[in-house]
Design a protein around this ligand. Structure first.
Ligand code: XMP
Length: 516
């Protein structure tokens, strides 16, 4: 892989994505990994990400200079660029002239890294310190008013650096620079694609599970469906899919799984009605992390029970289901703090929400992939488009879309409001335009309204339409006012208990997509 060394900023995920967009496989490693650990992954190139520190701050992450002696091409970006300059004997200083946002740079000599760049261009910068002098052996490729050395390269050692962020869309020629590094600097071929993923994962799944029985928690969403299809391709009818109706589903969900997925794949499906169990376990609980943990735990308990039944149904006494397939994605891993050194934002049910006494080994064939890559794999595997293009819906379902305690009555209110919002968004042809639109019930909030000449004291419903590339960052979608008006009117007319509809206009960051 190309290793992206994470210096603690949001940018590492984005860099990893952009490398994959260039059809080269990439993985993120924390900056705390040793050079030996990095080399053990057989990297074909290394990219040092940006980060929030100053190279002079106490405890600032540094780069072991041994990394540059391994004969592997390295590209340093922003903080990574400065850390690289410092490690190799250049000078980094705080000059007092920070650069943030769109910045003009002048190309002094394009070299390999900036081949194809015009002499002047706008790039995205975000730094306080700057490189004053390049280390010996480096050519300076670009300068800006705040950065005497804004890009450099040493072609004999295949070492490259950029002060700006090539991975953000605000650096229009950024992808070109990344590709120059990958294709020319590191001599890599653009040959990574969904087809390779399928072949690799099928082999890996077979090696992992052998002839054992496997169950898959199928939600009907893109991730678990594609994971199930991959496992089915690898081990055929050793797989049984388990659909858990936890009562936190939206309307029509169970039927859709049968109609779309089972019909297309012929997979064996076991439906478990666990509505009461989940409601009981959630009774009286309002804290979001506690809810997530409870839902994660109950899922596993249900899977354990289902696994025993699968074995019994197959008349395979004495056998045991040892493996559980989950559609965990790379962002789930990273956001649950699984990408070592990353903060735990929330416990995604299929990563941080798992109980400690888990009796299954996990099979997670999508663990290294981003959503758009999963969709590409799904299409390649022949998963129906209705599933591949479904908007994300979190495993904990409506349980994390009711702020406050989850009760049967509140679930019913939310389900009705959600169905109306989805119906109208589909009618308006907006499904592909928005990433997803959580509909949230503020269960612990009431506001005064007037309906039919009387005072009401009902709950607000929040609409949270977002646009995103991979759910790591998102912006609120500017939905047409007339569509919002229809949704609002219908919800307040048709759902008793709701007397107010509000629109969430927060990007991510700072707000996450879901409210809990
Ligand atoms: P947040 O709320 O963290 O959500 O911005 C990012 C994306 O992940 C979905 N999500 C989950 N998906 N299990 C899942 O399978 C979970 O526990 C979970 N929590 C959030 C969310 O809908 C959004 O697409």
């Amino acid at each position: 892989p190309v290793l992206v060394v994470d210096f603690g900023a949001q940018y590492a995920q984005l860099i990893a994505r952009r490398v994959r967009e260039a059809s080269v496989y990439s993985e993120i490693v924390p900056h705390t990994a040793t050079v030996e650990a990095m080399l053990a992954k057989n990297p074909v190139a290394i990219i040092l990400s940006g980060g929030p520190s100053s190279v002079y701050a106490d405890g600032a992450p540094s780069v072991d200079p041994a990394l540059f002696d391994a004969g592997i091409p390295v590209l340093g970006i922003c903080y990574g660029f400065q850390a690289m300059a410092q490690a190799l004997g250049g000078t980094v200083a705080r000059t007092g002239s920070s650069e943030f946002g769109g910045t003009a740079v002048t190309i002094a000599g394009a070299g390999e890294l900036l081949a194809g760049s015009p002499a002047e261009q706008s790039v995205w910068m975000s730094h306080g310190d700057s490189v004053q002098a390049a280390p010996a052996g480096f050519d300076v490729l670009a300068t800006s008013s705040g950065s005497p050395v804004a890009a450099f390269e040493d072609r004999t050692r295949n070492l490259y650096g950029l002060q700006w962020h090539p991975e953000v869309r605000h650096s229009p020629l950024g992808q070109r620079a990344l590709e120059n590094f990958l294709y020319t600097g590191a001599g890599l071929a653009p040959d990574w694609n969904p087809g390779n993923v399928i072949a690799d994962q099928v082999a890996a799944i077979r090696a992992q599970v052998g002839s054992a029985r496997v169950i898959c928690g199928l939600s009907g969403g893109v991730d678990s469906s594609v994971a199930a299809a991959l496992v089915q391709k690898a081990v055929g009818d050793q797989l049984t899919c388990v659909f858990v109706d936890h009562g936190l589903l939206r309307s029509g969900e169970a039927e859709q799984v049968e109609k779309d997925f089972v019909a297309a794949t012929g997979v064996t499906l076991k439906v478990v009605d666990a509505r009461e169990r989940f409601l009981d376990a959630l009774a009286g609980v309002s804290d979001p992390e506690t809810k997530r943990k409870i839902i994660g735990r109950e899922f596993i308990r249900v899977f354990e029970q289902a696994a025993r039944e699968v074995v019994a149904d197959a008349g395979d006494a004495g056998a045991e289901v040892k493996f559980l397939v989950q559609g965990t994605l790379y962002p789930d891993v990273v956001e649950s703090g699984g990408g070592e050194g990353a903060a735990n934002i929330k416990s995604h049910h299929n990563v941080g929400g798992l109980p400690d006494d888990l009796q299954f080994s996990l099979v997670e064939p999508l663990r290294a992939l981003f959503k758009d890559e999963v969709r590409a794999v799904g299409l390649e595997l022949g998963v129906p488009e209705a599933i591949v293009w479904r908007q994300p819906f979190p495993g904990p379902g409506l349980g994390i879309r009711i702020v406050g305690e989850v009760t049967a009555e509140r679930l019913e209110i939310l389900r009705a409001a959600d169905a109306i919002a989805r119906e109208e968004l589909t009618r308006a042809g907006l499904d592909r335009e928005i990433w997803q639109c959580p509909v949230v019930l503020l269960g612990d909030v009431r506001s005064v309204g007037v309906q039919g000449d009387g005072r009401t004291y009902g709950h607000p419903i929040v609409l949270r339409p977002v646009s995103s590339e991979d759910a790591m960052t998102a912006d609120w979608t500017r939905l047409p006012y007339d569509v919002l008006a229809i949704i609002s009117t219908r919800i307040t007319n048709e759902v008793r208990e709701v007397n107010r509809v509000v629109l969430d206009v927060t990007s991510k960051p700072p707000g996450t997509i879901e409210w809990e």
